[in-house]
Design a protein around this ligand. Structure first.
Ligand code: F6R
Length: 604
């Protein structure tokens, strides 16, 4: 992951870089650092901690230019030495890096055998030492000679003490945006163009080992053969508003509470037959014979539910794969496969890699994404935006339910255009769908009850979250929420699978959280609850009002507004999010920025 930001221009480079890094902290917050040039020497400021720590300690002397970094550790622990920027052994070059150099070990051994010392455990330090070993007065040339030696995906930015008027950058597969303004007073680089604040800029993206020489208001791009290339630029204006918790203690709590509105936004303009244009023609959509959904983490959980929508409503074979696995499979795909790439951020490396593989096989690719101008939206044939607004908390909440809303409406739309949707079903289904925001509100209004349950269950170290059919991915999603922000061992399990092994773990200190809202499998889940109870496992059930038998078995029940099976994941997901939130709060965890994680996962 990691975020890179750089600035050269009339404004204060250090302050501008710090402001840029603040926008990029979602990409990693293990450590942070900035390097610049002052009076012909490299100055660096680093902290093995969040940006707020660096800001407290940094000496704000004027720099000629600056590059900065927020790190999500891959190679080497979270230490001052491993924080970026990294310097070469002559202290002439400073470099920041996002990505992974796969052959770093052999390169490092080779450099060490030439007497070059290493201060960090990172793969990134190898790059700066290699560039230094090729440097003969021209930084672009040194980068050009180094790139073919590197295996892996990366974006880098670097400065040299003898060139206080230039930043050099290069990228392979990792995103790097470069921008300059019209009056040539400033140039910027960033891992994410949405970190360019305020001004109208001309933006371009580096790719395929391109190298950029960035000067004040001027950018020169060179291709793999070091030939100058003309890149198309896009106009970009960021109407950025600083995110606010709006009175909530955490962004996660605020984002959970926004869901009645964000779902409404996801619905807007998407009720068939008026589904907005998605960049793939109706004829093509009609001719698809298979739907393949890709995603990671929470997006994959939404994808598994989405695949059920397409099978249940469109009657088309559909499946969802975790993108990090999908990219190394050889699935049977073709022009009649519609690939749907689901991603809140639109930057998840595995999802992007998997869709590129599918593209090679001639599939049409539809992106469903929350971030405009993301890599995903640039690489897909068509896009649907979630319109959920910025999701700041690392733990994804509102994006998940917006993904479900969009997948529902897309399934209805495909069903309609393929002649599968009866008017009666359409009316019934849409009616139920329109009730969802108010169902969510009902759960939110009972947050205090979930908080009380969370207080009761917060001390347990292990949980199973179980469910059947629509409730299985919902249970997996709720377990993911709990484990990522509370550091509790919580695993999602299909309820019917318990007796095939996991049941061995159940005892009075191993509770089960049961998601019971899938009516078609109601009796089955009740039997599964009995099996847990017989082994002494405490049971917390999330059950639809009316399913009174649950109360006879479970220790605690939180009642949900009843709906049809397809739509049961919404209210259940909110209950799961609140449970995780309140348990994490009870355990005193860093809820918005949990340890070891980042909001955008841009490494494989
Ligand atoms: C969990 C979470 C992650 C993301 C995953 C994919 O709360 O946020 O599991 O869902 O990293 O991210 P996107 O959706 O941005 O591709």
């Amino acid at each position: 992951m990691c975020g890179i930001f750089g600035y050269i221009g009339d404004k204060d480079p250090l302050k501008t870089c710090l402001a840029g890094l603040e926008q990029l902290e979602y990409r990693g917050y293990d450590s942070t650092g900035i390097a610049g040039i002052a009076e012909g020497a490299i100055s660096t400021y680093k902290e093995a901690g969040k940006l707020s720590l660096l800001k407290q300690k940094i000496n704000l002397s004027r720099l000629d230019l600056a590059i900065g970094h927020t790190r999500w550790a891959t190679h080497g622990k979270v230490t001052y030495e491993n924080a970026h920027p990294h310097l070469d052994s002559s202290q002439s070059i400073a470099l920041v890096h996002n990505g992974i150099i796969e052959n770093y070990d052999s390169l490092r051994e080779e450099l060490k055998s030439r007497g070059i010392p290493f201060l960090s455990e990172t793969d990134s330090e190898v790059i700066v030492q290699l560039i230094s070993s090729h440097y003969q007065g021209n930084l672009v040339d040194a980068v050009y000679k180094t790139l073919p030696l590197l295996k892996g995906a990366f974006a880098i930015a670097l400065i040299h003490k003898d060139h206080p008027d230039q930043i050099v950058a290069a990228a392979r597969e990792s995103p790097l945006a470069i921008a300059y303004n019209d009056d040539c007073t400033e140039s910027l680089i960033s891992s994410d163009q949405n970190a360019f604040l305020g001004t109208s800029l001309n933006v371009l993206f580096l790719m395929g080992d391109e190298i950029a020489l960035i000067q004040k208001g001027a950018i020169h791009i060179f291709d793999q053969a070091l030939q100058p290339v003309e890149k198309k630029t896009e106009r970009f204006k960021n109407d950025y508003k600083a995110p606010s918790k709006e009175g909530f203690a955490h962004f996660m709590r605020k984002e959970i509470s926004e869901q009645p509105q964000t779902i409404q936004k996801a619905f807007d303009g998407r009720f068939t037959p008026d589904f907005e244009p998605i960049g793939i023609s109706l004829e093509e959509l009609k001719s698809m014979r298979h739907i393949w959904i890709l995603g990671c983490g929470t997006s994959a959980h939404a994808g598994h539910i989405g695949a059920m929508y397409f099978e249940d409503l469109v009657k088309i074979p559909s499946s969802c794969d975790i993108a990090s696995e999908a990219r190394y499979r050889d699935p049977i795909l073709g022009p009649d496969t519609l690939v749907i790439a689901l991603s809140q951020s639109g930057e998840t490396a595995d999802t992007l890699a998997a869709l590129r593989e599918a593209k090679k096989q001639g599939c049409r690719i539809l992106g469903i994404c929350n971030v405009q101008n993301s890599t995903l939206t640039r690489e897909t044939d068509g896009s649907i935006f979630l319109k959920a607004g910025p999701e700041v908390s690392v733990c994804s909440t509102k994006a998940f339910t917006s993904q479900l809303a969009v997948l529902n409406l897309l399934a209805l739309h495909l069903s309609h255009i393929r002649g599968r949707l009866s008017p009666a079903l359409a009316v019934h289904y849409v009616d139920k769908l329109k009730q969802i925001p108010s169902h969510i509100q009902q759960v939110l209004d009972q947050a205090a009850d979930i908080e009380r349950l969370a207080q009761k269950y917060a001390a347990y170290e292990d949980f199973f979250f179980m469910g059947r059919r629509y409730m299985f991915p919902t249970a997996q999603e709720a377990a993911l929420k709990l484990k990522e922000i509370s550091y509790v061992n919580a695993n999602g399990c299909p309820a019917g699978e318990l007796k095939h092994g996991p049941l061995a773990l159940i005892n009075p200190s191993f509770p089960v959280v049961a998601f019971c809202a899938n009516i078609r499998t109601q009796e089955k889940i009740l039997s599964n609850l009995m099996e847990v109870k017989a082994r002494g496992g405490p049971i917390l059930a999330f059950a639809p009002q009316g399913l009174n038998a649950v109360a006879d078995v479970a220790d605690d029940v939180f009642w949900l507004p009843p709906t049809i099976d397809e739509l049961s994941p919404f209210a259940s997901a909110i209950a799961g999010q609140l449970l995780a939130y309140f348990i994490a709060k009870e355990r005193g965890c860093d809820i918005d920025q949990p340890r070891n994680l980042a909001k955008s996962v841009t490494v494989e």
